[in-house]
Design a protein around this ligand. Structure first.
Ligand code: CP3
Length: 321
């Protein structure tokens, strides 16, 4: 997840060699190295390609840049801005270097380690494009969606199409699993969630299947609470990722039998480590008893997490299997 590399000294050293974060993401040599770093260090079952959910807006010429200490900044979309310009600017070839990164990683990754490609989900990406960066409550984006749902859907539609192109390209380049990050699914009323989160995810999965992509898709609608059941059942995703606030026991009882889950350790527990970490691993594993479960955090690893805690976590997960 985002910021994943920052707890590793080798990541921080590599990061310093890139002029900007976007250049880093689009440099196959550096991005493949960043993808492989955690796999070299730890006994992991999967690697996620080093990239960012904001590469699609970057390719749409939204002026994406990262300001140290402040996070991502973009040129905000105006209310009356012609959407056609976004469609015209988009070409998956602008992100071909991500495909090259995947090919390089695939060539070096041991066979038993799965390679995950990803993209941001349309609502989350749209919030960045409208707000011009990260924002606490997505106030402008939520208003835009309620005020002009058809216009907002037209924007999401453009993002759906670009995301299908992008994930299709990643699958062709060697991604064995595709993950959709809907990081800002928190606090949305059900009809809003249905129209602007579920519908676009369903369109992306259908679009991929129509283009012959059979790789499994993991959907992660962070903060969506109980709506993750609808998200899992109505989008066609193969696995649902859960954040740390979502009850494993409840979801295990309420998700269709056999549906894969991913998650849901609190990143703060990993930061703390020790016996509480071991206890949480056992609790989470037990909560998903009888169901295929991909152990993961409920959100990104924080830069201050000690490397030793990651090692302990992996040992604890292996011991619980
Ligand atoms: O983490 C990994 O190495 C895997 C690749 C990955 C990144 N971003 C690299 C990254 C993934 C899967 C993402 C997803 C992403 N990016 C999300 C969805 C997941 C989530 O966290 O909810 C979001 C919302 C973004 C947008 C984004 N990118 C933010 C908010 C930030 C933090 C900016 C800041 O300065 O705090 C980033 C930057 C980013 N993306 C970093 C990494 C490794 C850190 C960049 C650095 O080294 O400074």
């Amino acid at each position: 997840m985002r910021q994943a590399g920052r707890y590793l000294p080798e990541y921080r050293a590599l990061r310093k060699t890139a002029p900007s974060f976007i250049d880093f993401c689009l440099d196959p040599q550096k991005a493949s190295e960043a993808t492989l770093q955690p796999v070299r260090r730890f006994d992991l079952d999967a690697a996620i390609v080093f990239a960012d959910i904001l590469l699609i807006p970057h390719a749409m010429d939204r002026g994406v840049h990262f300001v140290a200490g402040e996070g991502p900044k973009l040129r905000p979309l105006e209310d009356d801005e012609p959407l056609l310009a976004l469609e015209k600017a988009w070409s998956v070839h602008k992100l071909d270097s991500v495909g090259e990164t995947l090919q390089r990683v695939k060539a070096q990754l041991p066979d038993h380690v799965a390679l995950i490609g990803f993209a941001g989900a349309p609502w989350t990406v749209a919030t960045y494009m409208i707000e011009g960066g990260g924002s606490k409550d997505k106030w402008q984006a939520r208003q835009m969606a309620w005020r002009d749902p058809e216009g907002f859907e037209a924007l999401l539609d453009i993002l759906v199409k670009a995301t299908v192109d992008y994930l299709h390209m990643q699958a062709e380049a060697g991604a064995e699993v595709l993950k959709l990050f809907e990081s800002w699914a928190e606090g949305l009323p059900e009809p809003f969630f249905e129209r602007f989160v579920i519908a676009p995810a369903r369109a992306i999965v259908a679009g991929l299947r129509a283009r012959g992509v059979s790789r499994p898709v993991i959907g992660f609608a962070r903060g969506c609470g109980l709506l993750a059941v609808r998200y899992a059942m109505e989008t066609g995703i193969d696995a649902v990722a859960l954040d740390q606030a979502q009850s494993g026991v409840w979801f295990n009882a309420n998700l269709p039998e056999g549906l894969v889950v991913q998650g849901n350790l609190d990143p703060a527990v990993l930061r703390v480590g020790g016996t509480v970490l071991e206890r949480e691993v056992r609790r989470i594993r037990k909560s998903f008893a009888g169901r295929p479960h991909i152990f993961n955090l409920g959100h990104g690893i924080t830069p201050d997490t000690p490397i030793g805690h990651v090692e302990s976590l992996i040992r604890a997960v292996r011991a619980s299997a």
